[in-house]
Design a binder for this molecule. Structure first.
Ligand code: AMP
Length: 583
């Protein structure tokens, strides 16, 4: 098949904005395509050489592309570069260049689909130093034989800009029309949702028709498209929608990971990108926590402070990507916990069509929980009050809210779909802090990891003048220099107590208690309700105090202040209320 057929279809698609017309053009092309190369044609239409999850990048820099055009056409590089600066679209530049091509070649061959595909694959697989030149020459070879319109699409594909608005959904429409009829669209989509490789689906359809789809199965190593949640505004509404009762899970605020566990482990993002390299610790922890042979599970990966045990904002994980440090240091300094919430495949069995409660049981049985692998917290209830309490606990634990999940018989895992089987609820009970506060250390927790033998975190309190008590408001573990950490036990030595000081009100039990004596300046990110802290307990809400989330020591020891000069409980309550109004 000639590449010009693909190019002219792409042109027709580019020239229309109507989805139905796009579909027609695609159907026409698919019908004309030999089944042997159906997968290749489908990849090329999408400007790809493989499904996204394989992570194969063409990675051709724009400069190299312009050079290849220069080589193939004989037109001076500067001129081509100027054209590019003027148009900003490599496609238009390539087309223009080919129209003006000076090197009239006698040995021009028509470009076939197979040749285009195999050249691009070869380019993608050439890695390492000194290959840039080689890749450029391979590309120049293609351009040498390309007609202007072909050059337009080849060049856009080379720099990964072949975005013509051919959404997956349009292709699925086209596939079901070309190989069956529209009523079978759902079947095609289900296959794609559990095996998101459009080329493979197209080929199976071309070779075996609709029934061929039965052989498309969930496969360890091939990511499944994620199930997504709807949103409702109140817990009673959610319970009603769920038929009177639902499972509420903590909604962790991290990064969703779909883990494919066999002898080795591969981790995929919600967008099906391979993230295994970023999270070698998660892969290892999952492998050792898993009791079976093979599984596909989903969970949320959340960074934690190993010293306070508290969850951290998920942005902390971005240190893994930045590679500012080596990955090894990032893994050590920014540990994460994987909270598993679903299992889609287990030792040869597809569980996606099983109801939620069965999947949940299977998940629980399949893993030994550990420090690094846990199962999401859950409460099954039909009582809005109980759900609300659970929600407060979730917020206090550092979560975004709760995820309600249907427990009905038809509560399957709907791959790739957003629906009411899962409903998220994240009403914002948190408010941002803009000012620092002065807090009093009333105890300390011993450190872990690098802080073993030292204090890992201090239990901090605000002062309540009405009761003449110190009420706890956070655990403080960030912002200390190595020197501070070294010195903390010495500084607090004269204040250490075995038991809680009579003027301290705390629900937490630190490893050592202090006489309230020092004052430290602290900057937090937000104030939230918390049943674990006593600051302003019961003032905003029954059964809850206030907590400062993500607190950091500013480095300022307020030696000028006595503990009774610390920020008061009232001030913190006021800050919470005021910030709620600003929102
Ligand atoms: P949102 O991103 O706000 O649409 O919320 C959906 C996301 O919440 C999912 O994609 C997961 O990444 C995340 N999540 C956190 N905890 C859970 C849970 N227990 N069950 C399902 N999803 C969860």
């Amino acid at each position: 098949m000639l590449y010009s057929e693909i190019a002219s279809t792409l042109k027709k698609i580019e020239d229309t904005t109507k989805r139905l017309e796009m579909t027609d053009h695609l159907v026409e092309l698919l019908k004309r395509t030999d089944r042997e190369i159906m997968d290749i044609v489908v990849y090329l239409i999408q400007g790809k050489i493989a499904p996204d999850f394989e992570g194969i990048e063409l990675g051709i820099a724009e400069k190299s592309l312009l050079k290849a055009l220069h080589m193939a056409s004989g037109i001076p590089y500067d001129e081509i570069e100027e054209l590019y600066i003027r148009h900003g679209d490599v496609g238009i530049v390539a087309e223009d260049v080919m129209k003006r091509k000076k090197q009239m070649s006698l040995f021009s061959e028509d470009l076939t689909v197979e040749r285009v595909y195999s050249t691009f694959r070869e380019i993608a697989h050439k890695e390492g130093k000194g290959t840039q030149d080689l890749r450029m020459k391979m590309l120049a070879n293609l351009f040498h034989d390309a007609k202007p319109l072909e050059a337009r699409y080849l060049s856009r594909m080379a720099v990964s800009r072949l975005r013509l608005g051919i959404a997956d959904m349009t292709l699925l429409d086209a596939l079901s029309i070309a190989f069956g009829d529209k009523s079978e669209r759902e079947r095609v989509e289900r296959a794609y949702n559990i095996f998101p490789d459009m080329g493979r689906i197209a080929k199976v359809l071309a070779e075996k028709g609709m029934d061929g789809l039965d052989e498309i199965r969930i496969t360890v190593g091939v990511p499944i498209r994620a199930m997504l949640a709807e949103r409702l505004r109140s817990l009673p509404e959610i319970i009603e929608k769920m038929g009177g009762k639902a499972a509420f899970e903590y909604k962790y605020d991290g990064i969703r990971i779909q883990a494919h566990i066999s002898d080795d482990v591969r981790l995929f993002s919600r967008h099906l990108e391979d993230m295994t390299e970023q999270f070698p610790d998660v892969a290892e922890a999952l492998r050792s926590a898993f009791r079976g042979k093979e599984a596909i599970v989903e969970g949320e990966t959340v960074p934690v402070d190993i010293n306070t045990g508290e969850m951290l904002p998920f942005q902390v994980v971005s240190h893994r990507r930045g590679r500012k440090y080596g990955l090894k240091e990032a893994v050590e300094d920014y540990p994460v916990v994987m909270f598993l919430f679903d299992v889609l495949y287990l030792d040869g069995k597809d569980l996606t069509l099983m109801p939620y409660l069965k999947r949940r049981d299977a998940l629980r049985e399949a893993f030994d929980v550990s420090d690094r692998v846990k199962i999401s917290e859950v409460l099954i209830t039909g009582d809005p009050k109980a759900a609300e309490e659970f929600f407060n606990e979730a917020i206090d634990g550092g979560c975004e809210g709760v995820m309600a999940k249907s427990i009905s018989e038809d509560s399957i895992y709907r791959a790739g779909a957003r629906g009411f089987l899962w409903i998220k609820y994240k009403k914002d009970y948190r408010s941002e802090m803009s000012d620092t506060v002065d807090l009093v250390p009333v105890g300390a927790f011993m450190g872990r990891g690098r802080r073993a033998g030292k204090y890992g975190a201090l239990l901090m309190a605000a002062y309540n003048p009405d009761r003449d008590m110190f009420e706890t408001v956070c655990k403080l573990g960030s912002g200390f220099t190595d020197e501070d950490l070294e010195n903390l036990p010495k500084i607090f030595e004269p204040d250490v107590l075995k038991e809680r000081h009579a003027r301290v009100d705390s629900k937490m039990e630190p490893d050592v208690w202090f006489v309230p004596n020092h004052v430290l300046e602290v900057l937090g990110a937000e104030i939230s309700l918390s049943p674990n802290h006593t600051c302003g307990y019961g003032q905003i809400k029954e059964g809850a105090g206030l907590a400062i989330r993500f607190p950091r020591f500013t480095g300022n020891w307020r030696e000028d202040r006595g503990p009774e000069d610390a920020t008061t409980t009232h001030e913190i309550v006021r800050m919470y209320e005021m910030q709620k109004k600003v929102e």
